[in-house]
Design a protein around this ligand. Sequence first.
Ligand SMILES: CCCCCCC/C=C/C(=O)SCCNC(=O)CCNC(=O)[C@H](O)C(C)(C)COP(=O)(O)OP(=O)(O)OC[C@H]1O[C@@H](n2cnc3c(N)ncnc32)[C@H](O)[C@@H]1OP(=O)(O)O
Ligand SMILES: NC(=O)C1=CN([C@@H]2O[C@H](COP(=O)(O)OP(=O)(O)OC[C@H]3O[C@@H](n4cnc5c(N)ncnc54)[C@H](OP(=O)(O)O)[C@@H]3O)[C@@H](O)[C@H]2O)C=CC1
Length: 309
Amino acid sequence: MAYQSVFRTGLFKGQVALVTGGGTGIGRCVAHELASLGATVVVAARRREPLEQTCREITENGGQAHVELVNIRDEESVDTLIRNVVAKFGRLHLLVNNAGGQFLSPAENISVGGFRTVLELNAVGTWTVCRAAMLHWMKEHGGIIVNIVADYFNGFPLMAHTGAARAAVDNMTKTLCQEWGKFGIRINSVAPGTIISSGMQNYPPPVQQMITGGFHTENPSGRLGTEAEVSSAVVWLLSPGAAYVNGACLRVDGGSSLSKAAMIPHPDDIPIKAFLGYSDASCLGERDIPPAFGELLAQYAAKKTTSKL
Ligand SMILES: CCCCCCC/C=C/C(=O)SCCNC(=O)CCNC(=O)[C@H](O)C(C)(C)COP(=O)(O)OP(=O)(O)OC[C@H]1O[C@@H](n2cnc3c(N)ncnc32)[C@H](O)[C@@H]1OP(=O)(O)O
Ligand SMILES: NC(=O)C1=CN([C@@H]2O[C@H](COP(=O)(O)OP(=O)(O)OC[C@H]3O[C@@H](n4cnc5c(N)ncnc54)[C@H](OP(=O)(O)O)[C@@H]3O)[C@@H](O)[C@H]2O)C=CC1
């Protein structure tokens, strides 16, 4: 019943949609929503089983779905995917670049290889799919693309690699909007906040507990997001109703990117000592500020620091 669609408007009837990472999580939900609105959906990723499961669910619901295997880190595999879709269905109108991910790690423990892996998966991988879709179909016929990124806007503690990769994808989206508009290609990105999805299985139990235990509810909406909430934004951007939205990044995060709490707890020591002036008189002593703030400055001056500078 969970995926029983309540209405079928046929909004995307006759259109072919490719969703990478469409066997699980957000991609699976996007695939369901597009199929329930009439699109023929191709779900593509590395593992056949989850893709076939999604496909079965959609077909049982009366939609049309097909499976293709792809590794978006492999240019030849991506090329084959796009050629197969165009050969089998004769068209490719809609593309959702959802496949991606990373591992959680303090930046100081990310090796060069680890950083490169995440850049290659998310940034180069998304580019590879965009490029192949453009070359093999959209350059001649137009199309609509949505790239899934993440809340990278103020940096991404514990995920420096993915923050860099998602920023790259968002910027690439803006460039492609300007360069590929002439082909009739419209392209946007969606930046999910923390979403309750299969992706959470990738994090160790203590991290899962931290997320479910309130850490990520500290946002204006007071909760985590759902796959359907991200999918809804994707579907809208793919729809004619968003015809004049191009090169945008739509945040689906409950407002969390506006009010992000520090993700890394601070130690008692302050690692970056406050600057209080070169002269002793600059900031301390008699001042025209409320007393409580003066006390705070005095504390900053007295605090021991771990800084070696
Ligand atoms: C604080 C909580 C924040 C929550 C915010 C949530 C926001 C985001 C949510 C999501 O995105 S949901 C999750 C979506 N799904 C995933 O992220 C899973 C995807 N992960 C993967 O597919 C893989 O882990 C990977 C990132 C693609 C890497 O897989 P691959 O098999 O290619 O890696 P390896 O060949 O094993 O290693 C390559 C390279 O990377 C280093 N590395 C891999 N894993 C780790 C790790 N856990 N910690 C540190 N380093 C890691 C590995 O050592 C290799 O490095 P080198 O040997 O080359 O130096
Ligand atoms: N959940 C969240 O809070 C957030 C998620 N995101 C992003 O949203 C997207 C979907 O995540 P979510 O559904 O949560 O997590 P999932 O882990 O369920 O989704 C990741 C999908 O990407 C596919 N994938 C990974 N690597 C490749 C590859 N090399 N080639 C092809 N497909 C690949 C996986 O399939 P397979 O392993 O079979 O290849 C899987 O279906 C990801 O890009 C994620 O990083 C962004 C912000 C927040």
